[in-house]
Design a protein. Structure first.
Length: 614
């Protein structure tokens, strides 16, 4: 109840303060607000013999999340825990905690609302957890019900526990594709497609009612590669051969607590208070009284979110702060769209300008381009790709691929001097498609018609009130073919792969990072820290460098000032969903993809829409 009142009050105050300022409280009110923000800058105190807590409900993304004014105020007033963390913050926190004498152990806290963190990011976090374990400090993981993605991280723990009435999900990976063709046909929305590549399945939801054989084959191979990585990693830490794990998966799927213990999937079955007792022994809080620091079911701890703000963590892997030589990390996360884009998208013009500024800045000696994108607009991808090419001609450029770097995401990566990917990174998808929708049938059914006057045969080729003629489709296919040919040529030149081989591995097919390295699309298997080291080495900087991230992370007061001067939609946390609501949410997500289809020529380089692995 105390927390409820705390957060409710903070929410009300946050919205009230924002409203007062927007309505004209003036400079005095604004300064008061910034004062609140500045007061939050004091570093969190890490008490002696504390346990670091990694909450698995937190999404781990590449870049700092965007918050509205109200959300910023709520977090400031209530010390609210953010629902999203930057990957490097997690990695650096675990590295620093492994050698911090104040930290005596790590608690991996499971959740009933697990995060949607991608497998490539999970792989990097898992490697950091393994390094933490090598410090000798114990890792204890506990949850009532372990989901598969949570278990992938928790399997690193020295002690992995589950509630007596809990379970462990070990049933393999799956991917479901939602097909819209039947609905579009029913409601009279016409779809016409031009494409190249037999595996270019991004358009299939608009045309088919089930997967094509080619798409099914590539998806099966992709899932098998990712699942193989899961079995190898988990099997090694749990001392279970992959074949034995697979047998558990095929015969049981979901293990109740005692079954999980008997199969050595977990180390113990316990209640939360029993786990707390173990932590209290670790922190030296065994003798408890009412006056003790933590007399209830808690222990001396610090969240990873708070620990990540300490100066020592901020400095991890940042190089020499007094150096004039800068190594830049620039983030490309989201669908690629034409123009500036919005939060969560890669605007072609915006990212191209940022890359141009890095090229012209003589203090920037090397660049790491972190790509986490399924692709998108062909025009925007070309604009960005050209800037990467120019940048690589002047300075070392290393690409670090995240969960996705496919199609347009690969286009903007291929000119780099070196490309890193995780084994589970989804990449490739070298293909192009064009898609055109028209509303002629649904409009005619409701009494709406159009008539056209024009001065040229193709003057209304971009209309959406009628289907395109065969001649118009032929012209559009010619453009798609031209872009695909350029894609193949650029890959062959930049990656130094014979053109016939590029044609073989292209065709719009997606590959795992492991496969991509084998066929030459990437150079190294490794995460973002490995890419940073490679960039430093290529620039021959030795120890004389410092790291900076772009776009620059804004301070809390900077964000408040910016948000107050922009019209921004309020983002509300998503409620827990039942099965039907979840499917409706996925339908909305599919339809949301239409908003990213803003290429001026309606031509795209994008992997399958909303490829989800569960």
């Amino acid at each position: 109840m105390k927390d409820f009142l705390k957060y409710t009050t903070a929410s009300l105050l946050g919205n009230l303060l924002a409203l007062v300022l927007v309505l004209g409280a003036g400079i005095g009110g604004l300064m008061f607000l910034i004062g609140i923000a500045a007061s939050q800058k004091s570093e969190p105190l890490v008490k002696h013999k504390s346990v670091l807590v990694l909450d698995l409900s937190i999404d781990i993304s590449d870049y700092e999340p965007e918050y509205t004014t109200s959300q910023i105020l709520q977090q400031s007033l209530a010390e609210a825990i953010p629902s999203q963390l930057k990957l490097r913050t997690v990695l650096n926190s675990l590295e620093e905690a492994s050698r911090d004498d104040q930290i005596v152990g790590l608690y991996i806290q499971g959740s009933n609302t697990p995060s949607t963190t991608g497998f490539a990011n999970l792989k990097e976090v898992r490697a950091a957890l393994e390094q933490f374990r090598e410090s000798g400090k114990p890792i204890i993981a506990y949850d009532t019900d372990w989901t598969e993605s949570e278990y992938y991280l928790a399997s690193v723990a020295d002690t992995l526990a589950v509630n007596p009435l809990g379970s462990v999900e070990l049933n393999g990976l799956s991917s479901q594709v939602m097909f819209l063709a039947g609905a579009l046909q029913k409601y009279g929305v016409g779809v016409q497609v031009t494409r190249v590549g037999k595996y270019k399945s991004a358009v299939e939801p608009f045309l088919l009612k089930q997967m094509s054989p080619e798409n099914r084959a590539q998806t099966q191979q992709l899932l098998s590669d990712i699942w193989g990585e899961f079995l190898r990693n988990v099997g090694e830490d749990r001392d279970l051969p992959p074949a034995q794990l697979q047998k558990i998966v095929d015969t049981q799927g979901i293990l109740i607590a005692d079954e999980a213990l008997n199969q050595k999937v977990v180390d113990k079955v316990a209640y939360f208070d029993e786990v707390v007792t173990q932590f209290k022994a670790l922190t030296g809080e065994e003798e408890l009284t009412l006056e003790s620091e933590n007399p209830d079911n808690s222990f001396r701890q610090v969240s990873l979110q708070s620990y990540g703000k300490t100066p020592d963590v901020v400095k991890v892997n940042r190089g020499n702060p007094s150096s004039q030589n800068k190594v830049a990390i620039i983030y490309a996360e989201g669908s690629i769209v034409d123009g500036e884009g919005i939060a969560g998208q890669i605007g072609g013009d915006r990212l191209a300008q940022e890359l141009r500024l890095l090229r012209l800045d003589d203090d920037i000696k090397a660049i790491v381009l972190r790509v986490n994108s399924p692709g998108g607009s062909a025009t925007a991808s070309e604009v960005i790709g050209r800037e990467v090419e120019l940048l690589a001609q002047k300075k070392p450029v290393v690409v670090s691929m995240g969960n996705f770097a496919a199609s347009g995401g690969y286009w903007i990566s291929m000119a780099a001097g070196e490309i890193f990917a995780e084994p589970t990174t989804i990449t490739g998808s070298i293909g192009v498609f064009g898609v055109s929708f028209n509303v002629k049938d649904i409009a005619n059914q409701n009494g709406i018609t159009w008539d056209t006057v024009k001065t040229g045969r193709y003057a209304d080729i971009n209309t959406n009130v009628r289907p395109k003629t065969p001649e118009e489709l032929q012209r559009l296919q010619k453009v798609v073919d031209l872009i695909y040919e350029r894609f193949l040529t650029q890959v062959a030149q930049s990656r130094q792969i014979p053109r016939p081989k590029v044609e073989e591995i292209a065709q719009g097919r997606v590959w795992s990072g492991t496969q991509a390295k084998t066929i030459g699309l990437v150079d190294q298997i490794g995460g973002i820290e490995a890419a940073i080291s490679a960039a430093v080495k290529r620039a021959e900087l030795g120890d004389d460098w410092k790291l900076e991230e772009y776009p620059e992370v804004k301070t809390l007061e900077d964000r408040i000032l910016r948000n107050l001067t922009e019209a921004r939609a309020e983002v509300k946390p998503a409620p827990e969903l039942d099965g039907l609501s979840l499917q409706l949410m996925r339908l909305r997500e599919e339809l949301e993809q239409f908003k990213t289809l803003n290429d001026p020529r309606d031509i795209y380089m994008q992997m399958p829409f909303n490829l989800k692995i569960e």
